[in-house]
Design a protein around this ligand. Structure first.
Ligand SMILES: Nc1nc2c(c(=O)[nH]1)N[C@H]1C(S)=C(S)[C@@H](COP(=O)(O)O)O[C@H]1N2
Ligand SMILES: [Mo]
Length: 336
């Protein structure tokens, strides 16, 4: 059912049918079945980590607790790498989304489950200095500072469509470099079959990592090595011709435009080449709703809503969903 909109571009969370609905149901079931509910941030919630089974034991507490390198912070050098030259190979079938809308309608659960909180709270995240460890089954494992990566791998701008599994979409100009360029630096071994990526774990800066304690923080994602080496797979350091604002996943986030947005892990601290298919955050939280591949597909509905159409977040234009989000010519052969 469509709900009447009063606030311009803003899609009410209830209309976008977001991931948290599942959790509301879970919380209800657990509240009904268990005693000792605790009240958190105005919402009734239960500790589910050990009793509820929402978060399987796949979180990795031994991971480094921070992506920040230990040296005195100064002014961020990231801006000096902008703007970057646009790569004309990536063209859009629709207008770019208004920047102010893209920057205030975000999914970044480390800062809350609603769309507005990330833009209000993610400024607490210290994004400089920021170190990314590239490790695992590689010939040359190394920890890079993000500005070092920006120097080593010159940025380019790409206009990409971006489609959330909640059936909203935007079109944005990212700046960054292909995932392949970084992997070529560390040289994956022949035993590597997958790339596992990890976000930061800093509950003191990211309130959601405390209050939303039933999630298996830190956020983690993965790709097959073939997907990661595909020319479309991109590490973004910027958007709209300037460094990423924190709500978009500063200072480095993945962009895989043929997949639903939850694959595009934000604020990455670790990239690990592994031999086995890695666990992924949303697949662990709700296995029957979010699969590992998560390729955009209008023919496969989500368990609770159709994926046949999408709504642009600024104009509210409805558009048919495209297979692979319109990127089949680049990626379809990965899956045949
Ligand atoms: N670390 C982290 N990365 C994340 C998320 C998140 O909650 N935490 N949300 C994902 C989802 S569901 C989407 S749709 C995109 C949203 O990216 P945007 O806010 O830049 O549009 O980020 C993805 N990456
Ligand atoms: Mo999403």
């Amino acid at each position: 059912m469509l709900i009447k909109i009063t606030k311009g571009w803003e899609i009410p969370d209830r209309e976008a049918t977001p991931e948290p609905e599942y959790l509301d149901r879970r919380r209800f079931l657990q509240t009904a079945g268990l005693a000792g509910a605790s009240i958190l941030a105005g919402a009734a919630a239960l500790s589910t980590c050990s009793t509820g089974g929402v978060a399987p034991a796949v979180a990795t507490p031994s991971e480094p607790a921070s992506g920040a390198a230990r040296r005195p912070p100064g002014p961020s050098p990231y801006a000096s790498f902008f703007p970057a030259k646009r790569n004309p190979a990536f063209i859009l079938d629709r207008p770019l989304t208004a920047e102010t809308v893209a920057a205030s309608y975000n999914n970044f659960y480390e800062f809350g489950e609603d769309k507005r909180s990330p833009s209000l709270l993610a400024g607490r995240l210290t994004t400089y200095p920021w170190r990314v460890e590239v490790t695992g089954l590689v010939a040359r494992p190394k920890a890079y500072d993000v500005e070092e990566l920006m120097r080593l791998l010159p940025g380019e701008e790409r206009l990409y469509r971006h489609r959330c599994v909640e059936a909203w979409a935007m079109a944005v100009p990212w700046t960054g470099f292909p995932v392949k360029s970084l992997l070529d630096l560390v040289q994956p071994l022949s035993s590597a079959g997958f790339v596992r990526m990890l976000s930061f774990y800093r509950p003191d800066e990211a309130p959601g990592q405390k209050t939303l304690h039933w999630y298996p923080w830190p956020y983690y994602e993965g790709l097959t090595l073939a997907e990661a080496m595909n020319p479309l797979a991109f590490f973004a350091t910027g958007i709209y011709r300037h460094p990423l604002p924190p709500q978009h996943g500063a200072p480095l986030r993945l962009v895989t435009p043929w997949k639903y947005g939850f694959k595009s892990i934000k604020s990455i601290v670790k990239i690990e080449l592994v031999s086995q298919k890695p666990h992924t955050f949303w697949n662990d939280v709700v296995p029957d709703e979010y699969d590992f591949f998560a390729n955009v597909n209008p023919a496969v509905p989500h368990k609770r809503w159709s994926q046949a159409a999408e709504t642009m977040i600024d104009t509210r234009e409805r558009r048919p969903t495209l297979p692979f989000n319109g990127y089949g010519e680049f990626v379809a052969r990965l899956y045949t």
